[in-house]
Design a protein around this ligand. Structure first.
Ligand code: ARG
Length: 583
């Protein structure tokens, strides 16, 4: 990518001109914020000038003299207080364009040091309603995993489903007393959630029911055959249905190691932490206290109350012997480090679990874990009214309902259009547009902010939406359809029109964008890039006739169309969005 190569060249120029760089300082070149002065820029001379108390412009001129970029740039200038501005040459851009149009990685280089990354996402809870948090986790996690893999990391995706926990006491009691078998066959998740909710309500009204549920839970934990059988059936039915949803969404997991997978590891883990002095017994429970190694502000085991720091320990075993969410997560980390040699673990989980992860990460580090662990948090999804959002039928929304409704709405739109497509074709297009619309609505947002869910907006053909981008893709394809395969692109490329140049640069910057997404785990950078690309393509298409042009000009323009088509398809693919050839 241009940014990385120019940065290397600039660094070399500093060395060649005898200007010493401070430890850890890289003279960075970035994409220009104002393209009037160039395509790329660096403020390195200004930063350094300030540090060394020398004139930054003179410094910039000195570096510029040593800079060897003739193969890439048509000019380099020193502007303003000491900016170095780089303008790419038409030849370098044309060469890159040729690569993008032919390379299966569309010109995106691999990372220099691939890492082994476990991505923990989606993770719904068996027999409990899936909440909107699972929607965000599913789409963000899937996209980040795809991007990491695309740029050369080794990625392991793991769906850490909540398949063990106190909810099973209620489910088993409900299963035994009020299960509707027919409903279970039809829609298992729905029926299990109904049973769970009914029993949950009954426990609130009647203490005796609560006791019965607790009894069922204890029997399950002790390995009672009947209860284990019911539990297994719940897990099987739910996973079966979930896999269908993931199939519709084109999402795959390498593993489904749910919480129950770690049951046998929990007791030894707690004993080990006690033996190492990381955990202590307090009021009968086993807990992790602060070890005072960091400032109170940064200590997840402390909480400020009335201007005083108080202990906020992490419980890993209750006084009744039960284990907790944190215990399972610690055992899970052990497994991922031991079995998968994870260099990094990414947890795509809502912001409310921030404290949980801070405590778990800190406790794991005290156990000697050196793997880097990141909580990739996100905010909430709100309804159009700014409150919790509901489906057409007025229910609180889970992943399933949202996807079904999105596909249904896209199908209605396809029907309304009627353009000689068969029902099967329309179904498939509706699936691609419907799922794509929901995914894009999510991924085009900054994950940390709450966003309003709006069916009309996300399914609109105008604006920053999946249908708009899919339509842009379809248009790039339609040119080639018109040519009926009778076109062979050649390497004869010459960028002359400014609109061609702007598009070529934008296409080249797919590489930078893709790498940048992972700096802060923000797929919205990629979504916004694709939107800008579609707009840039639009302007190019208005300004530059393609089919009516001739010779090298025509070849160049067709190559720009082909490259745009490929970058759109690849980029949308990295967001987990499929493309369709017609819509
Ligand atoms: N099942 C959890 C929930 O629904 C999310 C699990 C996230 N992953 C983890 N390793 N804790 O909130």
């Amino acid at each position: 990518m241009f940014r990385a190569v120019l940065t290397d060249r600039l660094q070399a120029a500093f060395t060649a001109s005898g200007i010493a760089l401070p430890e850890g300082f890289t003279p960075a070149v970035v994409i220009a914020s104002d393209t009037r002065f160039g395509d790329y820029q660096s403020n390195a001379a200004m930063v350094l000038g300030k540090q060394k108390k020398t004139n930054p412009r003179a410094l910039a001129e000195q570096v510029k003299a040593a800079l060897q970029v003739d193969d890439l740039c048509e000019k380099v200038t020193v502007d303003g207080p000491g900016f170095l501005n780089f303008t790419l040459s038409a030849t370098a851009l044309a060469a890159r364009l040729g690569t993008i149009a032919a390379d299966d990685k569309v010109g995106v280089p691999a990372v220099a040091a691939p890492r082994r990354i476990v991505v923990d996402f989606s993770a719904p809870n068996i027999a409990k309603p899936m909440h909107v948090g699972h929607i965000r986790s599913t789409f963000i996690g899937d996209s980040l995993a795809r991007i990491a893999r695309f740029i050369g990391h080794q990625v392991i995706t793991d769906n850490h489903v909540g398949d063990w926990g106190t909810q099973f006491g209620m489910i088993i009691h409900g299963w035994k007393t009020q299960l509707d078998k027919a409903a279970l066959q039809k829609d298992p998740i729905h029926e299990l959630v109904r049973v769970y909710k009914a029993v949950n309500a009954a426990t609130k009204a009647d203490e005796a029911v609560l006791e019965t549920c607790k009894g069922e839970l204890v029997k399950l934990q002790q390995g009672d055959a009947e209860n284990l059988g019911i539990w297994k059936e719940c897990v099987r039915l739910t996973l079966e249905q979930l896999e269908k949803v993931y199939g519709t969404l084109d999402i795959k997991f390498d593993h489904y190691l749910g919480e129950s997978f770690y049951n046998d590891a929990l007791a030894p883990l707690v004993e080990d932490m006690l033996a190492k002095g990381i955990a202590t017994i307090s009021e009968g429970a086993t807990v992790v206290f602060s070890d005072g190694s960091v400032k109170p502000e940064d200590d997840p085991f402390l909480i400020k109350e009335k201007d005083e720091w108080k202990a906020a320990p992490c419980i890993i075993r209750k006084s009744d012997g039960g284990f907790l969410y944190a215990t399972t997560d610690l055992a899970t980390i052990d497994y991922r480090v031991r079995e998968w040699q994870a260099d990094e673990i990414w947890y795509v989980v809502g912001a409310p679990q921030q404290l949980h992860f801070r405590q778990v990460f800190a406790a794991a580090k005290r156990r000697g874990v050196t793997t880097s662990m990141t909580h990739i948090a996100f905010g909430s999804i709100l309804g159009p009214d700014g409150k919790m959002f509901k489906t057409r039928s007025g229910e609180t929304v889970g992943l399933l309902e949202v996807i079904e409704e999105a596909v249904e709405r896209a199908r209605e739109a396809a029907d309304a259009k009627e353009q000689g497509l068969s029902d099967v074709e329309k179904d498939e297009i509706a699936r691609v547009i419907g799922t794509g619309a929901v995914k894009y609505a999510e991924l085009s947002q900054n994950r940390l902010t709450d966003y309003k869910f709006s069916w009309d907006k996300m399914l609109s053909l105008q604006g920053n939406t999946a249908p708009y981008l899919l339509n842009a893709y379809v248009r790039t394809r339609s040119i080639f359809r018109k040519l009926d395969g009778a076109v062979k692109l050649t390497g004869e490329l010459s960028l002359t029109d400014p609109a061609e140049r702007v598009l070529a640069i934008k296409l080249a910057q797919f590489a930078e964008t893709t790498h940048d997404v992972l700096l802060d785990h923000k797929p919205n950078l990629l979504a916004n890039y694709l939107f800008e690309l579609a707009n840039t393509y639009h302007s190019f298409y208005e300004a530059c006739p393609v089919l009516k042009s001739e010779g090298a000009v025509r070849n160049t323009r067709l190559t720009l169309c082909e490259a745009t088509s490929r970058v759109l398809k690849t980029g949308l693919g990295l967001l987990g969005i499929e493309t369709t050839e017609r819509m």
